[in-house]
Design a protein around this ligand. Structure first.
Ligand code: SF4
Length: 408
């Protein structure tokens, strides 16, 4: 892993950068002080003049030109004077200021940035599947290091299964629906094949394809076009959100804003008007104030979620969020109750839009899921049948329907 430590300003800054470089080298990183391609960037800023501050801010963009995916850690005087000017910039993961610069290595250790990248995807035999739904592993591990999540420490860095192996298992699979699963499906890449290209390769498989959980940033026009071209991908997007507040998203180290997330939903609805967008939301993150929580409530309606999975925050050992002051259990409980109510209302509102409409449902017994992930019940339905149905009304956790015909 290559680290670039870029320094502006005085001799003192140079000395401090040299100390950081030594700390990084001792952790096995290949370190340079020349601005160029790297996996992680460190920016030591200067505030001696306005011009020095401006150059410090501009340096973030210069780093991102080399590698827009690499995290940037900012320290030094300009970031002490105006931390927000740096924290708000895309790609900046941590701002320590001048006085907290000693915390950078501590923070990196906590984030597991030095974990070895496990290059190989672990192939395993295809599991025995029913004729209805099969889960197909395409990716493992995660590089995102959300501040509350322990998964990257347990499963290691992101690695993808070869497209060839995925297509081969999909072709052998007898199930009528294949769910592409992974810890971070969004980061799928096998050489030139990204997630969109993989979906196109799976377009010939005689099953409908459902995507596992995605990150908002990956839903580009190219991915949506690839889904359309493939023709067999369900218009169901599980887009993890976690909070509707930008301040909390930043503390969670999520790499989008509320506005960017909503723009992503808009893009999806334009491409697939009947799309289901489901999500996860955390109630009671340590830095969540009442006004932040209300933003999580209001975004449920704004995004038009079809389903919301709600979780109360619980600190996971060794994560950055575990070191933050936890909110009282009573606040978390009360927010969870409000979130759960809002989620139930959103789900009902989404189903209501489809009452009287025709959908395609793959039945597991007398119940199954439509392409846009509505749970549907119909009498006379048989396991493994893909049917046209017309929704008649609400039932249990979904809707009841009348079967109009069997597709296969
Ligand atoms: S929450 Fe998801 S994206 Fe974030 S670190 Fe955990 S596994 Fe990765």
């Amino acid at each position: 892993m290559k680290a670039c430590v870029f320094t502006l300003g005085c001799k003192m800054n140079e000395v401090e950068s040299a100390s950081l470089m030594q700390g990084l080298a001792l952790r096995g990183l290949d370190v340079t002080d020349k601005l160029g391609l790297a996996d992680v960037y460190f920016l030591n800023t200067c505030a001696v003049t306005q011009e020095a501050e401006k150059k410090s801010r501009q340096a973030v963009a210069r780093m991102r030109k080399f590698n827009a995916d690499a995290p940037v850690y900012v320290f030094g005087c300009a970031s002490e004077r105006d931390a927000k000017a740096f924290a708000d910039k895309e790609g900046v993961r941590f701002v320590s200021g001048a006085q907290g610069k000693g915390k950078i290595l501590e923070r990196l250790d906590a984030e597991g940035i030095f974990l070895e990248k496990d290059e190989a995807f672990c192939e395993m035999p295809a599991p025995k599947t029913s004729r209805t739904r099969a889960y197909l592993r395409i990716q493992d591990g995660c590089d995102r290091f959300c501040s509350y999540c322990v998964i990257p420490y347990l499963r290691g860095r992101s690695r993808s299964r070869s497209a060839e192996s995925i297509v081969s298992e999909a072709k052998d699979c007898k199930a009528k629906e294949i769910v592409l699963t992974g810890v971070d499906v969004s980061s799928y890449r096998d050489g030139e094949t990204d997630l969109g290209a993989l979906l196109k390769k799976l377009g010939n498989v005689p099953a409908r394809i459902r995507l596992g959980s995605l990150e908002a940033g990956v839903v580009t026009g190219d991915l949506l076009s690839a889904m359309k071209d493939a023709g067999n991908v369900c218009p169901h997007f599980h887009l993890s959100l976690q909070s509707g507040s930008n301040a909390v998203l930043r503390a969670m180290n999520r790499r989008y804003t509320r506005e960017e997330y909503l723009a992503c939903c808009e893009k999806i609805y334009r491409a697939f008007p009947s799309a289901a967008i489901s999500t996860d939301l955390i109630a009671g993150f340590p830095t969540e104030r009442e006004e932040d929580f209300e933003k999580s409530l209001s975004i449920i309606d704004e995004a038009g979620f079809s389903r919301v999975h709600c979780f109360p925050f619980s600190p996971r050992p060794n994560t950055v969020a575990a070191k933050m002051k936890d909110l009282p259990a009573s606040i978390k409980k009360e927010r969870m109750a409000r979130l759960t109510d809002a989620a139930a209302r959103a789900e009902r509102k989404y189903i209501e839009k489809f009452l009287g409409k025709e959908l395609q449902v793959l039945f597991e017994d007398d119940g199954g899921y439509s392409e846009n992930y509505i749970r549907v019940y119909a009498s006379g339905a048989k396991e493994g049948e893909l049917c046209f149905v017309r929704l008649k009304g609400f039932e249990k956790d979904g809707a009841c329907a009348e079967i109009g015909g069997i597709i296969k």
